[in-house]
Structure formats: structure tokens, C-alpha cells
Design a protein around this ligand. Structure first.
Ligand code: FEO
Length: 402
């Protein structure tokens, strides 16, 4: 017997018909330790409308949840708010199965879907601010380009007062509970921050513009329905406030020290630097890359004021895990950081200088010179490491006061 999945009502005439991916642990390089959901929503208006679909392997779950409310063949419209394949992967198959009268996407979404799926079926472009009539409901589209793809848009359903926000305000969290107010606030804040840091952080100016636009539109949003994780009905100002705080990014006294090590020298340097940071009044998070995933480093950097990176020298180059985390962080564009570079070497190599160059490319303001130690640090070398930590902490204190 096929599993019969049930839809869950999230507002008047609106049902969650998405899928729960309990097992995913790697979402394009992001460690999704709590799994995720791909949210899709069925609007039971006069013109029955499906908002987004799910990742391709979850098509049967989507169709089963829809069928618990209505015959999928009765769906009139499909809206694709975002064409990334976790939300559109089964769109061509769903279109073929139910043959809706119309499929809508943003102008850029129409292009992106064509480039993904090469479908013959036409998709109708909706414009920023356009409203379509569903009979007893209206659906209004607001483009949110680069939050976080060029095609991204959100839509607001009148009468039910639901804002379908695609990836924005989402999180990777698989749970049987569908609403944020049924889950621990601590878990929600951690996963929302992780999602923001790893997906949304490069687009902070767009976040601020979008929050401002939504404020000015003054939509009476009672339910905020993102495409991942729980749905908000009581905590909408809370999650929007977090986005505003993260996008505005004020400096803090927190310093992230991340490194890898071969024979323990860089680890000893990191420990002495961390002690110097603490002595100077910083709050420190030490993240050895043998035990820290790149996406967790990004999460810690989100509300940090300083980033210190260390590497041993391997074949005259950076240690691979250090190169990985720097490439990843560079793409996420954390703003307003100060930092420092350190490392150890044997007979050649200037890895600390290499790290300093990469941090400078990330617009991290460097404190002190890159600190390099030959082979194993002695007491004098560890004193220099401690002093570098202290120097960064003092600079952090100045930045935070200013
Ligand atoms: Fe959840 Fe950008 O896709």
C-alpha cells in the first residue's frame, strides 16, 4: 500500500502539502543536521492554486497530500515563487499530471524554468505588484530579486492573509510540527540563523530593501509561510526582527578562531591566540576544522566582530580544509569584520600571508602582520600568539565602542 500522506491546514482555505526530508544531511555544502522540509501550499479558492512544488524525489508525497484535500486534477493554477530545484524539481511532472490552466512565475522565473526544464508548456510571467484573481481570493506578487535568486518572488493571499515567502524566513528543520509556535525558540533561532548565514547573508542589502517594501505595503499578514521549516502565525515580528538585525550587522565582541593542524603547532597557536582574545575581553569561539563544518563556521561568523584563521603548510600551500572554509566564507560576504592570519611551516611556504590575502579579498580589516611560526612554537612564539589575540580584542573593543 502506498503511504497516504495528509495535508495540514495552515490558514482559512490554505493547506500545507509539502514534504519532510528527515534524512538530508548535505544541502549543497550546508550541513543540514536536522533535515529539512520542502513546503508547498494548496489554496482552496474558487480557482484552486498550488504554490510551489517540492524536490523531485518527493513528488509522490506532494501529490498524496494534495489528494487528501482535493482531486489534483481540479487544480487550476500553479505558482512557482522560486525555481531552485528543491521547489521546482517535480514541476514538469506535476504540470503533466494535472494539466493546470495556467502556471505563473516571475519574468526571471519564466526564463530560469525554461533553462532548467526545457518544457514546451508555456509559463505566464507575472509582474511585480500584479494581482491575479482566484474568484473569492486575490493573489498579489512582489518580486524579491536576489533574495536569493534573480527569479525569487513572494505572494500574498488576500482574505486568508498568508504571505508565501519562498526561501526567505525559512530554515532547514524537519519536524512533525508545522508551526513555529509549537517548537523550541532556541532551536528555531539557531536554525534560522544558520539558514540566514549560509543562504541569505550575501544579500543583506536586498533583505533590508524587502523588509522596507513589505512594511510600506502594509499587508495584513497573519500567516508567514516560507518554503522550508515551520510556518509562522504568532512569531512573524520575531523572525522579521531577526532578519533586520542580521542584515544590519552591528559589530560585536565575539571572535571566531578557525584553523586546521597537522602535528599540533597551528592548534597550539590557536589556543594561545584564543587566550589573548579572552584576556582582552572578547567572547571566543574556537572552531578546529577537523571538528567544525564550514556551514557551522559561517553561522558563528554571522554575529561575530572578528575572524582569525590559521593553517599549517602542506606542499607549500594552505591545508585543504582551510582553503575550503575561506572559499565558502568569501562567497557569503560577511561584512564589517576585523581579523588576523596565522600558521606554521617547515622549510617553505607562507600560508599565513596567503590567508591574509584571502581575508583582505573578503574586505576583512587585518590586525597586525600575518603570524608565522617555524615547525613547533616555543614559549616566545606562544607569547607572540597571545599578544596577537590581545591586539585583536583591543581593536574589537574600539570598534564596538565606536
Ligand atoms: Fe530552497 Fe533557493 O531554494
Amino acid at each position: 500500500m502506498e503511504t497516504a500522506y495528509k495535508a495540514i491546514q495552515v490558514a482559512d482555505g490554505v493547506y500545507w502539502v509539502g514534504a519532510i526530508d528527515w534524512g538530508i544531511r548535505d544541502f549543497h555544502g550546508y550541513a543540514t543536521t536536522r533535515g529539512t522540509t520542502y513546503n508547498a501550499f494548496l489554496v482552496m479558492a474558487d480557482r484552486i492554486t498550488l504554490i510551489d512544488t517540492v524536490k523531485a524525489p518527493f513528488q509522490d508525497e506532494l501529490m498524496s497530500r494534495i489528494a487528501s484535500v482535493v482531486d489534483p486534477l481540479d487544480i487550476d493554477y500553479i505558482v512557482s515563487n522560486h525555481s531552485e530545484m528543491d521547489h521546482s524539481g517535480c514541476l514538469p511532472q506535476v504540470i503533466e499530471a494535472i494539466e493546470p490552466e495556467k502556471v505563473f512565475a516571475s519574468t526571471m522565473g519564466v526564463k530560469a524554468l525554461a533553462q532548467h526544464f526545457h518544457m514546451e508548456r508555456g509559463i505566464e510571467a507575472v509582474q511585480d505588484g500584479q494581482t491575479i484573481n482566484l474568484g473569492n481570493r486575490n493573489l498579489t506578487f512582489v518580486e524579491t530579486r536576489m533574495l536569493h535568486w534573480p527569479d525569487s518572488m513572494v505572494c500574498f493571499l488576500s482574505e486568508s492573509n498568508v504571505l508565501f515567502s519562498q526561501d526567505a524566513f525559512g530554515m532547514h528543520l524537519a519536524s512533525s510540527q508545522r508551526f513555529a509556535d509549537e517548537l523550541s525558540r532556541e532551536v528555531l533561532e539557531f536554525e534560522a540563523a544558520k539558514y540566514y548565514a549560509n543562504i541569505v547573508m550575501p544579500f543583506a542589502p536586498v533583505v533590508l530593501k524587502t523588509l522596507d517594501r513589505l512594511r510600506k505595503l502594509n499587508l495584513p499578514v497573519e500567516v508567514l509561510a516560507p518554503d522550508h521549516g515551520p510556518i509562522y502565525r504568532k512569531d512573524i515580528p520575531w523572525i522579521m526582527g531577526l532578519y533586520s538585525r542580521w542584515a544590519n550587522r552591528k559589530p560585536t565582541r565575539k571572535a571566531v578562531v578557525t584553523y586546521d593542524t597537522m602535528w599540533g603547532s597551528t592548534a597550539r597557536m590557536a589556543a594561545a591566540i584564543a587566550e589573548g582574545l579572552v584576556a582582552g575581553g572578547a567572547v571566543v569561539k574556537v572552531m578546529p576544522l577537523s571538528a567544525s563544518h564550514r556551514s557551522d563556521v559561517a553561522t558563528e561568523v554571522l554575529e561575530a566582530g572578528a575572524l582569525l584563521v590559521g593553517s599549517p603548510t602542506l606542499n607549500n600551500n594552505l591545508f585543504p580544509t582551510v582553503a575550503d572554509v575561506l572559499a565558502y566564507l568569501k562567497g557569503l560576504k560577511p561584512a564589517g569584520l576585523i581579523g588576523a592570519a596565522f600558521g606554521s611551516y617547515g622549510w617553505s611556504g607562507k600560508t599565513a600571508a596567503q590567508i591574509a590575502g584571502l581575508l583582505a579579498e573578503m574586505k576583512v580589516e587585518l590586525v597586525g602582520e600575518p603570524l608565522e611560526i617555524n615547525y613547533v612554537p616555543d614559549d616566545e612564539a606562544l607569547t607572540r600568539c597571545h599578544a596577537l589575540g590581545l591586539q585583536v580584542a583591543e581593536k574589537l573593543n574600539q570598534v564596538c565602542k565606536g
